[in-house]
Design a protein around this ligand. Structure first.
Ligand code: PAF
Length: 277
């Protein structure tokens, strides 16, 4: 496994490979990331990862400084997953003096996380575009847990004709349903236990859908009722949205729905989602 800190060194190493799977990350890897890595390797023969805590996708005062970092541990995990190339730039390598570009993807980036975290998806779209240009992957792998990010990236490659195939992989969960996330490390034991309420809330809405309910207000209310039963949870939103446009629905039609939510549990703002229909 080659670990490369500069764009020039990465490009030179990449030239030695043909098809390449790529999973960009912000590090502090967990089983969810590793499932992307293994898929990237199996489906392409060779695989690359990046580890870069991207400052431009954090709002001022958000958790950029305390975002967990564990580079040596991450590299050992990537080696174990059979990754060939790892790109570990610093901020000056990605954003040298004079850097002044931003990519805005309209529509799908506006509601939900985009409403709660203005300019977050501009930061994501810009850094992912740069990473695609540097890494030149055949396929790139992202998790369904960040459903809106997945929609933004799909639109980014479509709108800008970026020649990469996007693969969205299923969310990997803990035994109690909590979606794996680097931010789960912010939770103390009481908050960790409370955090299972997110999965219980989305599965309650899903169960109602599967029983035949199509009224989005009733599905939202079912999830909100579960969230209200957990005193340590402060709900930001519960959304029943069109899975392609991410616009809120009044009723779920043949296109199905993305059931998603964002909840503050003590120090961590957590998100989760399920697709239905
Ligand atoms: O999902 C993430 O970890 C980040 O948003 C990404 C895609 C690596 C861009 O910084």
């Amino acid at each position: 496994m080659q670990v490369l800190k500069t764009k020039a060194a990465f490009r030179a190493a990449r030239a030695g490979f043909g098809d390449l799977g790529f999973a960009p990350t912000m590090g502090f890897l967990h089983e969810g990331h590793l499932s992307l890595m293994r898929r990237a390797k199996t489906e392409n023969g060779a695989a690359a990862a990046s580890i870069f805590v991207n400052p431009t996708q954090f709002a001022p005062g958000a958790d950029f400084d305390r975002y967990p970092r564990a580079l040596e541990r991450d590299l050992a995990m990537l080696e174990g997953a059979g990754i060939d190339l790892v790109f570990t730039p610093d901020a000056a390598e990605m954003y040298p003096d004079g850097f002044d570009a931003s990519i805005h993807i309209g529509g799908v980036s506006e509601g939900l996380e985009g409403a709660a975290r203005p300019s977050h998806f501009d930061g994501v779209a810009t850094v992912v575009s740069k990473l695609f240009n540097i890494v030149q992957p055949t396929r790139a792998y992202f998790g369904q847990k960040d459903a809106q990010q997945a929609a933004v990236i799909n639109k980014l490659v479509r709108d800008l004709d970026i020649p990469v195939q996007i693969v969205i992989a299923d969310t990997v969960r803990e035994a109690d349903g909590l979606a794996m996330s680097s931010r789960n490390s912010y939770l103390d034991p009481a908050h960790r236990q409370a955090a299972s309420v997110l999965y219980r809330a989305i599965t309650a809405a899903k169960a109602l859908f599967e029983a035949g309910e199509r009224d989005a207000a009733i599905l939202r209310a079912a999830a909100l009722r579960i969230l209200a039963s957990e005193p340590l949870a402060q709900t930001d939103y519960v959304s029943i949205a069109d899975p392609h446009t991410l616009r809120e629905l009044d009723a779920v039609g043949p296109q199905g729905a993305l059931i998603s939510l964002a909840v503050q549990i003590g120090p961590a703002r957590l998100i989760d989602n399920l697709l239905v229909g």
